[in-house]
Design a protein around this ligand. Structure first.
Ligand code: PLP
Length: 263
């Protein structure tokens, strides 16, 4: 049948180094057997050593990308990654209200592991006010959950409290990734819309090759949603996919290296 192959959309920033951002999203969707479309929000000049430069695109060409996709594809699930600033967040919100691209996963990308700022501080309020209410799932890491809630997260009890606070801000389902906590396991907490919750545990690997982990787990979740999976099973698949890509590292670049999507 025409247009029935699972199609997903990533709305994100480009990483010239190929390890994170939109490139990680596309690689993940490809490996999960989903056709990846994309709306580029910003271009970064980046490698495994860091982000050397970044340039957000004008709203006009962002709108045009959404229009092109809506005209032709049957997108079943979508995600946001790097959104740069509140002008771009508002532009994305406007288009997500205009078109139906299925469930939305918001990866609230703020700062790259190397320290580069990928979202202006002033945009955090816009994300909370305008984007969160549209999200099926939001997937902050610990520093992002702290910025969204003002809660200092040092324990698993703090993660639960922060998830409840993010839900109170308007997100239906919340996945807090616990990789930044000092613990022998990488444990992630999910609070679902109906109030049920669950933890996922994975081994912690001694590696600096974790560039693009957040992009990868959110894209793996979106891929499963595009194939029709329910949210909980999509999240469980996302966790096992990202764990495998960190475990079977590849040696590329001189710094904070990328994941292995052939794992
Ligand atoms: N660059 C872009 C364009 C991104 O979207 C992201 C994360 O979402 C990163 C870099 C940061 O990747 P990491 O913090 O995993 O190194």
């Amino acid at each position: 049948m025409i247009n029935e192959f699972p199609q997903a959309l990533t709305i994100a920033g480009s990483d010239s180094g190929g390890g994170a951002g939109m490139q990680a999203d596309i690689k993940t969707m490809q490996m999960r057997h989903v056709f990846a479309t994309n709306v580029v929000i910003a271009i970064t000049a980046q490698n495994t050593l860091g982000v050397q430069d970044a340039m957000p695109l004008p709203a006009k060409i962002i709108d045009a990308q959404f229009d092109s996709l809506a005209e032709d594809f049957k997108i079943k699930a979508c995600k946001t990654g790097m959104l740069a600033d509140s002008t771009r967040v508002e532009c994305v919100v406007k288009n997500l209200k205009k078109y139906d691209f299925g469930p939305l996963v918001v990866d609230p990308v703020m700062v790259a592991k190397g320290g580069a700022q990928l979202l202006a501080d002033e945009a955090i309020e816009t994300i909370i006010k305008d984007l969160l209410p549209l999200a099926t799932l939001i997937t902050p890491n610990i520093p992002e959950a702290e910025r969204l809630t003002g809660i200092r997260i040092q324990t698993e009890a703090d993660m639960i409290e922060a998830a409840k606070a993010i839900q109170a801000l308007g997100a239906k389902n919340v996945l807090i990734k616990g990789g930044h906590l000092e613990a022998s396991q990488a444990r992630d907490y999910t609070l679902l819309e109906d109030g049920s919750d669950f933890w996922m545990s994975g081994p912690r690997f001694e590696t600096v090759r974790t560039h693009g982990t957040g992009d990868t787990i959110s894209s793996a979740i979106v891929s499963e949603l595009a194939k029709g999976a329910n949210l909980k099973s999509a999240i469980l698949t996302g966790k096992s996919y990202v764990t495998a890509t960190i475990r079977d590292t590849i040696q590329v670049g001189h710094g904070h290296g990328p994941l292995n999507h052939w794992a």
